[in-house]
Design a binder for this molecule. Structure first.
Ligand code: MF3
Ligand code: CO
Ligand code: CO
Length: 259
């Protein structure tokens, strides 16, 4: 069963989404040439502590870091290390926080200083694919409508969607039903209803879709070694327009307004 959030649960999700968005924004602003990924993770840990919340990822299935940091060909679940970012790299930050039992999950790829036009296009198309997917998060639509919108945008631009990792429902745990693939598969998919909270998260490779799992047990990379981008929002399906819970500009409810 796909959880339907009650009115109070929706408010709790709004708060968690806003905090996750704040952590992601501030962590992205900390990215610069010469910073190590461990320093970014520690900075994020400080932000999370300062806000009085918890990382939703630290300890999740044994994950050892506060946020996920994936550089260049790393797609998702990268691990913080003493690696220093260089001008021209791209880095994907994925922040999950737990606030009063509910989780907000959001990710973004940014360039370190700057990057090539081709790689910037990868980042931009991944974000456009995310927003195309979000625009389909309407009651009465099916999960497949989101998947199709994402896939179409990515492939129309000559990039590839990763298939082994997918978006998901989100709430009291990081990964709830339903799965939200970034491609259209065979078979029926669940119908969307108001009150579902969805993490929509295209992972897009500039080259081929094939992945490789690294021996650290976590980091997933593009098999061809070429750059990959990731953009994610937690979205609430409502009776009307989708509500992006992890967008600072649109997040409706500030933490202290929660009741
Ligand atoms: N952030 C991932 C997602 O968006 C999940 C990370 S799980 C972890 O679904 F264990 F790697 F933290
Ligand atoms: Co995430
Ligand atoms: Co997610």
């Amino acid at each position: 069963m796909i959880p339907i959030k009650s009115k109070t649960e929706r408010d709790a999700m709004r708060v968690a989404g806003r905090v996750a968005a704040e952590v992601l924004e501030e962590a992205c602003n900390f990215v610069r040439p010469g910073v190590s990924t461990l320093e970014i993770d520690e900075y994020a840990a400080g932000l999370i502590k300062q806000k009085g919340v918890k990382s939703a990822f630290l300890g999740y299935r044994g994950y050892p870091c506060n946020i996920c940091i994936s550089v260049n060909e790393e797609i998702v679940h990268g691990l913080a290390s003493d690696r220093r970012l260089q001008f021209g790299d791209i880095v994907s930050l994925d922040c999950g926080v737990q606030v009063d039992g509910f989780i907000g999950d959001t990710a973004r790829t940014v360039s370190v200083g700057s990057c090539s036009l081709e790689v910037q296009k990868l980042i931009d198309v991944t974000r456009e694919a995310l927003y195309d997917g979000i625009s389909c998060a309407l009651p009465g639509n099916h999960v497949k409508d989101i998947s199709r919108a994402v896939q179409n945008r990515v492939e129309a631009n000559g990039f590839s969607v990763v298939r082994e990792f997918v978006g998901h429902g989100v709430g009291r745990v990081v990964h709830e039903e339903p799965q939200i693939p970034n491609f259209v598969g065979a078979g029926a998919t669940p119908k969307l209803k108001a009150g579902m909270a969805l993490a929509i998260e295209p992972m897009v490779n500039i080259g081929t879709a094939a992945i490789k799992q690294m021996r650290d047990g976590w980091t997933v990379i593009a098999r061809d070694g070429r750059p990959s981008a990731h953009q994610e929002h937690t979205v609430l399906v409502t009776e009307g327009e989708p509500e992006i819970l992890t967008c600072l500009e649109t997040a409706a409810l500030k933490p202290k307004a929660a009741s």
